[in-house]
Design a protein around this ligand. Structure first.
Ligand code: UGA
Length: 435
């Protein structure tokens, strides 16, 4: 079966490579020629564990192709996935420009029946919008189906999430299109993946509800952590104990500097925004967002407090810049806002990240980028652990202590045990842990 994937961002590239691995014939399209030229050579625009191997294999075995020739790719494919970016506009509304462009292109170039599936996270009602745009630009009426097939993969675990998902959601208008979609995912029947088959609007709604609920869980535990800090309780015990209630569940209750990335911040705001336009006030989504924004400021206060209330003229070493480990993605990364605020208050910043330094250099100036964790510690008045990369979990703490001007660590990801750190002679603080 021929598939075309429009957009070679995170979702598009991973989906394309995984469908090729499922045995489909996949053409990934993008309008940026340089990106496509690189991909043809197997040079990826993102860092994602396991993706390089899949792309190399797909290219070698001829099932994965890259092109800027949208007309040809559309013509060859039965199913076209829309996986272009849906950035947030100024007011929290989703910028639909790229989705609209792709819909228009599909409408212009389709000459026979197609299934058009959205994989990007798109506002509720987008399937109907795509149908209307395609019908408006088609040179002559050709039948097609629009399907919503939201993607739930996480950066850093994208291949595993695609290949072994908790569920596949397909929203469609007709049985024929649903049957084609189910066929694409048939390898997942073997591992008994549950399928949720519904209408397009509901499928669009599911994606936002899932991300907003997860974001809410994080903001909830962050509020509990902030309270634990004040009443001298341990949020890890709170999270574990409440999480053992299966109605709550243990995952996504890890406190920290708040969620970042290209999904949660944007999706939570986007849901609140279009709900408001529909006349519904979503108080929980709005609160999750506000708590998340404030959490960054609280982290700065934590750091400042450990430096006697004043960071001006002090050097602060920061470990981790990406919004989470195993990715070079710095979009909405808490570390960036925290660094910018510390700089604003007059601190000098040294920073290290295993892969995100080139990305950070584009947006954060006046930072002394270091070659590893230890050179970041050297001459710093405090060490801030901002992203929990595995290599930061096993630091040689004696060495860290010797290199720092004073043994101060602010662990924003709760990687270390307060007791151990105290025993080693650190002045240590984490998020919601007795220290
Ligand atoms: C998220 C969802 O987890 C995916 O299911 C979804 O497909 C994706 O958004 C999307 O909409 O495309 P992702 O943004 O890649 O995936 O990353 P997560 O692993 O979910 O982490 C998001 C943020 O939450 C990170 O900043 C992480 O540090 C933070 N987080 C996560 C916490 O602070 N505490 C936790 O307990 C869990």
């Amino acid at each position: 079966m021929h598939i075309c994937v429009m957009g070679t961002g995170y979702v598009g590239l991973v989906s394309g490579a995984c469908f090729a691995e499922f045995g489909m014939q996949v053409t990934c399209c993008d309008i940026i020629p340089e990106k496509i030229e690189n991909l043809k050579e197997g040079i990826l625009p993102i860092h994602e564990p396991g993706l390089q191997e899949l792309v190399d294999k797909g290219l070698r075995e001829g099932r994965l192709n890259f092109t800027t020739d949208q007309a040809k790719a559309i013509e060859q494919a039965l199913t076209i996935f829309i996986a272009v970016g849906t950035p947030a506009g100024e007011d929290g509304a989703t910028d639909m420009r790229y989705v609209d462009d792709v819909a228009d292109t599909i409408g212009q170039y389709m000459h026979d029946y197609k299934v058009i599936a959205t994989k990007s996270t798109v506002p509720v009602g987008t399937a109907k919008r795509i149908r209307a745009r395609i019908e408006a630009v088609q040179p002559e009426p050709v039948e097609f189906s629009v399907v919503s097939n939201p993607e739930f993969l996480r950066e850093g675990a994208a291949i595993e999430d695609f290949m072994r998902p908790n569920r596949v959601v397909i929203g469609g208008e007709d049985q024929h299109a649903l049957a084609i979609m189910k066929e694409l995912y048939s390898p997942l029947y073997l591992i008994e993946t549950p399928f949720v088959i519904t209408d397009t609007t509901t499928a669009e709604m599911i994606k936002y509800a899932a991300n907003t609920f997860l974001a809410m869980k994080i903001s909830f535990i962050n509020e509990m952590a902030n309270l634990c800090d004040v009443v001298d309780a341990d949020v890890h015990d709170v999270a574990r104990a409440i999480g053992l209630d299966q109605r709550i569940g243990r995952k996504f209750l890890h406190p920290g500097p708040g969620y970042g990335g290209s999904c949660f911040p944007k999706d939570v705001q986007s849901l609140a925004h279009f709900a408001q336009e529909a006349g519904v006030k979503l108080q929980l989504a709005t609160a999750a967002h506000e708590v998340n924004q404030q959490q960054r400021g609280r982290m700065v206060e934590k750091i400042t407090a450990m430096l006697d209330g004043n960071v001006a003229g002090k050097t602060i070493g920061v470990l981790g810049l990406s919004f989470k480990p195993n990715t070079d993605d710095i979009r909405e990364a808490p570390a960036l806002d925290i660094i910018a605020e510390l700089q604003q208050q007059g601190a000098h910043i040294k920073a290290y990240d295993p892969v995100a330094i080139p990305a950070a250099q584009q947006v954060l100036r006046d930072v002394e980028y270091c070659k590893d964790s230890y050179s970041t510690c050297s001459g710093s008045d405090a060490l801030v652990l901002a992203t929990e990369w595995n290599q930061f979990r096993a630091l040689d703490l004696k060495r860290v202590q010797a290199l720092l001007n004073q043994p101060v660590m602010i662990d924003l990801r709760n990687v270390y045990e307060p007791e151990t750190m105290k025993r080693l002679g650190f002045r240590y603080t984490a998020v919601g842990r007795r220290s």
